[in-house]
Design a protein around this ligand. Sequence first.
Ligand code: 2GW
Ligand code: MN
Length: 294
Amino acid sequence: NMWVSQLGFCQLKQGEEQRKEHCHSLPVQTRTSWNAPIMWELMFDANLHDKAHREANTSVAVTVFAVGRYLEAYLNTFLTSAEKHFMLGFPVTYYVFTDLPDQVQNIALAPGRKLKVVQVEKYSRWQDISMMRMKTISEVIENELQHSFSFVFCFDVDQEFKGRFGTEALGESVAMLHAHYYKLPKNRFTYDRNPKSKAFMESGDFYYHAAIFGGTCQQVKTLADFCYLNIMEDKLNGVEALWHDESHLNKYFWVHKPTKLLSPEYCWDMYIGDISDILLKHWLQNIKKRVKNM
Ligand code: 2GW
Ligand code: MN
């Protein structure tokens, strides 16, 4: 997949100049120490990424869980906004996992786009609803996705697409910079600090957000298996990581470095005051507080 990073690299220098004109803030970090690109607005040419992925016949699977009251609260907004902004013009299949398959409403899908509903059990603890997604993701990749899709992206359902979320976000192994932490010093990162948990970390690179991760089927399956096995080992040992699956995901990306990072523009939170780095606000925003307050 050399062409993706080559292409990102050519764009970077030009983009840095453009960002200086458009942003009031200091330059943002656009490369990790292991040379993975961090995708900030203006640092890439969306058309070049689309062209390359059209030539590669790229198809994308999305996994999203809407269990219990999250179905009514969030699923339609997630899907209708994805149809406006997510990988437009590319074949996308949404895999909706829910305990209430009959209550999933039909929404209008563009040509080449599909929705599959898969029934899952409803765990009684919300921590298990969140964590056990890793098991289901691994199984669906193994049984179905690996044969039909180039990439898979896994999303929290409590979000709304607000702008292009396109092929520039695709890569072997893609992690999301958590909007609340990207400017904080590392000692503020909320990694799991309990040596008894498999998610335990003393230091790390970034604090990643489990609301969005993706990559090739093989890479995402490796991630999901790692997290699921460690979650189950924690259960056997009677411990639970501080931020559940997110703690295990952070451990995974510390041990297996992602090949691409998404800037917090891809999952911005409208309640964060300092928007000086954010050119394209709310590409995908955390809508939870707004819905809960209604
Ligand atoms: C979750 C928490 C409290 C009560 C209910 C639920 C819940 C979650 C639910 O009733 N039904 C359901 O389908 N979920 C799914 O789990 C849904 O897809 C949701 O987006 C996801 C994660 O739960 P969420 O979005 O409420 O958690 P956040 O936004 O605080 O998420 C971060 O931390 C989580 C672990 O604590 C996960 O790592 C998540 O990926 C992170 O974004
Ligand atoms: Mn969420």
